[in-house]
Design a protein around this ligand. Structure first.
Ligand SMILES: Nc1ncnc2c1ncn2[C@@H]1O[C@H](COP(=O)(O)OP(=O)(O)OP(=O)(O)O)[C@@H](O)[C@H]1O
Ligand SMILES: O=P(O)(O)OC[C@H]1O[C@H](OP(=O)(O)OP(=O)(O)O)[C@H](O)[C@@H]1O
Ligand SMILES: [Mg+2]
Length: 283
C-alpha cells in the first residue's frame, strides 16, 4: 500500500486529482473527507495543506506527495523529487512598486523584502551579494509595499495579474517551479514497485496530453511531402483509398507543432484532416 498526500484545496488540487484519475485509479472524494482509498490500486490519498506535504513525506508519514518545487525546495527537501508533472508552472519573482527606480538587484541592498519564501530568497540574494531584511509573511504578500511593510516583495507569479492589480512590477526571477511527485526515502521493495507502476502511468498520460492523433487524405503524388511533415512515432500508417491515386495517412503530432504542421499539410494537398485526442501513450 502507498499513501499519497495531495493538496486539499488550492492551485494544485484539481490537476493532481485529474492526473490520478487519468492514471486509471478510481476513488471517491468529497470536500469534507480528508482520506480516501482507491478501489482498484493499493493507494490511499491524504488531503493536506501543501506546506505540510514535504515534511510528511520526508518523515515517511506519507510515502508520496504532489507539491510545487517552490514549497519542496523552501522546506529543504529537494532530494525527494522523483518526477516532474508539468502543471502548476509558475515562478518566484522579486517585484517593486511600479513607479520605483530599479536598475539591478543591487537596488535591493538594505531594503525590506516581504516573502513567504525566506530560504529560497535568502540563498538567491546571498549569491547576488545583496544584503536585505526579509520579512516572512504567509500570504497576501503583494499588499506589503502599499501598507508600508516592505519596499519589495518576492512571491509566486504566473499571469502577472496579481502584481499588476497591486501596482507592482516584476524585476527578477528567483526560481522556476512546477508540480512534482515526491517519494519518501525508505520505500520497501514492494512500494518501490508500486511507485514505478504509478510513474509509468503518469508518463503515459503526460505523453498522450502532449500528442494528437491525425488522420488525413492525400493524393499519392503528395505522399513524400506528407511523410516528411508527419514522421510519426516510427513512421506514418499509409493505406490506399477506394479512389485511385489517393491514400489515407495516420500519424501522431505534438500539440505544440500541430497548427504549423496542419497548415503545411493543406498546402501540399492534404484533405479531410481529422485530429483526435490520445488517451494514453505507452513508449
Ligand atoms: N498563480 C499560479 N499559477 C500556477 N501555479 C501556482 C500559482 N500560484 C501557486 N501555484 C503553485 O501551486 C502551489 C499551491 O498554491 P496555493 O496558492 O494553492 O497554495 P496555498 O495557498 O499555500 O495552499 P494551502 O492552503 O494548501 O497551504 C504553489 O506552491 C505553487 O507551486
Ligand atoms: O500571477 P498571477 O496569475 O496573478 O498568480 C499569482 C498569484 O497566485 C497565487 O495566489 P492564489 O491566487 O493561489 O491565492 P493564495 O494567495 O490564497 O494562495 C500567488 O500567491 C500569487 O498571489
Ligand atoms: Mg500553503
Amino acid at each position: 500500500m502507498l499513501r499519497l498526500a495531495i493538496q486539499k484545496s488550492g492551485r494544485l488540487s484539481e490537476d493532481s486529482l485529474a492526473l490520478i484519475r487519468e492514471c486509471g485509479i478510481s476513488f471517491v472524494s468529497s470536500s469534507y473527507k480528508l482520506k480516501t482509498e482507491a478501489t482498484n490500486f493499493p493507494l490511499e490519498i491524504l488531503f493536506l495543506r501543501d506546506d505540510d506535504i514535504p515534511g510528511y513525506v520526508q518523515d515517511g508519514v506519507a510515502d508520496l506527495g504532489i507539491v510545487g518545487q517552490n514549497v519542496l525546495v523552501e522546506a529543504g527537501f529537494p532530494g525527494l523529487e522523483v518526477e516532474a508533472l508539468g502543471f502548476s508552472k509558475c515562478r518566484l519573482s522579486l517585484a517593486v512598486p511600479r513607479a520605483d527606480a530599479y536598475a539591478s538587484v543591487e537596488a535591493l541592498q538594505g531594503k525590506n523584502i516581504a516573502t513567504s519564501y525566506p530560504n529560497i530568497l535568502g540563498r538567491y540574494l546571498a549569491e547576488q551579494g545583496v544584503r536585505a531584511n526579509l520579512h516572512t509573511i504567509s500570504g497576501s504578500v503583494e499588499i506589503a509595499p502599499s501598507i508600508g511593510l516592505a519596499e519589495a516583495i518576492c512571491d509566486i507569479v504566473s499571469s502577472g495579474s496579481t502584481l499588476l492589480g497591486n501596482g507592482l512590477r516584476e524585476v527578477e526571477t528567483v526560481f522556476r517551479s512546477e508540480a512534482v511527485l515526491i517519494a519518501q526515502p525508505h520505500l520497501t521493495p514492494g512500494q518501490t514497485d508500486l511507485l514505478e507502476q504509478l510513474r509509468f502511468r503518469m508518463q503515459a498520460v503526460r505523453r498522450a496530453r502532449r500528442s494528437k492523433y491525425i488522420l488525413l487524405n492525400a493524393p499519392l503524388s503528395a505522399l513524400e511531402e506528407v511523410r516528411r511533415l508527419l514522421p510519426g512515432i516510427k513512421s506514418p500508417t499509409v493505406t490506399p483509398l477506394a479512389e485511385p491515386g489517393w491514400v489515407s495517412v495516420q500519424s501522431v503530432v505534438q500539440e505544440d507543432e500541430f497548427w504549423h504542421i496542419t497548415s503545411q499539410l493543406k498546402a501540399v494537398g492534404a484533405e479531410g484532416i481529422l485530429v483526435l485526442p490520445i488517451e494514453k501513450m505507452i513508449a
